[in-house]
Design a protein around this ligand. Structure first.
Ligand code: C2E
Ligand code: MG
Ligand code: MG
Ligand code: MG
Length: 280
């Protein structure tokens, strides 16, 4: 009987697998449609001077504005976007939106010096990433030094020859490079010395335990010293309490972001963020 059912027979025997595959397929189709319908939006979290409280920049964070389900956070769709390769067009689209938005905010007089944009491993590895970025910079006429690309240690360490070529291309375009979630990956300190990075972003997991766990404090201090020695900037993620802020500032980390200051907000709320100045 199975034989006579021919090509569709496998469905009978692997309905569970098919269900899994269907969910995947549905999600992929949904993401594709969301991209066509322009449903991906950026929210912006302030980057803050820990000493003065001034907002000097923003990190662009993607959300999926689904008409039925509302706002969906990146954790719920980025893994599938990454796996299917859809992160490449989605990410490039977000890069363009962030650059155009930054250009407009600067034009309107907001004192913003930095727009940080997350780049996924697959997007970074894509053949024409640097070329695409160059086109975005041309189209938006944004000064490259106002843009910082956040890449993870995973991206940085991955097949180093190609990575170096891309990093060099990005550097020559004039954009900044930050290592995101620093301390959680496996980047070799020796390589860090030779790669053209500008900023280390201390992962939230270390910041969370500040004041409670001496080991986290030791790690944070070590990252700050490392950055100093390598001539890199250092910024702490996920600051939620004044105590964490004080410890960081006292240890020599002068930039941060976190719920203590603000969550990521939609674009229309950016101009009224507390701590964000205007160019006189
Ligand atoms: P990330 O780049 O490390 O971004 C920081 C994440 O920590 C954001 O989560 C932010 O909302 C959250 N966060 C900031 N301050 C605090 C805090 O004080 N407490 C807590 N508990 N969380 C805080 P979000 O927006 O959900 O983004 C998660 C991750 O998704 C990002 O981590 C980044 O890896 C990725 N991502 C976001 N937007 C994009 C994008 O446009 N492209 C790519 N490729 N990845 C993105
Ligand atoms: Mg980031
Ligand atoms: Mg991060
Ligand atoms: Mg993080």
């Amino acid at each position: 009987q199975a034989k006579s059912a021919g090509r569709s027979t496998y469905r009978v025997y692997s309905s569970d697998l098919t269900a899994v595959a269907n969910t995947r397929l549905t999600m992929e189709a949904q993401l594709r449609r969301a991209l066509e319908r322009d449903e991906f939006v950026l929210h912006y979290q302030p980057l803050v001077s820990l000493t003065t409280g001034r907002v000097f920049g923003l990190e662009a964070l993607i959300r999926w504005q689904d008409p039925e389900r509302g706002l969906i956070s990146p954790a719920d769709f980025l893994p599938v976007a990454e796996e299917t390769g859809l992160i490449v067009p989605i990410g490039n689209r977000m890069l363009k939106v962030a650059a155009a938005q930054m250009k407009m905010w600067r034009h309107s007089g907001l004192a913003l010096d930095l727009m940080a944009v997350n780049i996924s491993p697959r997007q970074f590895r894509h053949l024409d990433f640097a070329g695409n970025l160059a086109a975005t910079l041309r189209e938006t006429r944004l000064s490259p030094e106002l843009l910082e690309l956040e890449i993870t240690e995973e991206t940085l360490m991955d097949s180093l020859a190609a990575t170096r070529t891309t990093l060099a291309a990005l550097k020559s375009l004039g954009v900044g490079l930050a290592v995101d979630d620093f301390g959680t990956g496996y980047s070799s300190l020796a390589y860090l010395k030779t790669l053209p990075c500008d900023t280390l972003k201390i992962d939230r997991s270390f910041v969370t335990d500040l004041g409670q766990d001496p080991a986290s404090e030791a790690i944070v201090t070590a990252i700050i010293r490392l950055a100093e020695c390598l001539g890199l900037s250092v910024l702490a993620e996920g600051i939620e309490t004044q105590q964490q802020r004080d410890i960081l500032a006292a240890s020599g980390c002068h930039m941060g972001q976190g719920f203590l200051f603000a969550r990521a907000v939609p674009a229309h709320e950016v101009p009224s963020l507390p701590g964000l100045g205007r160019v006189p």
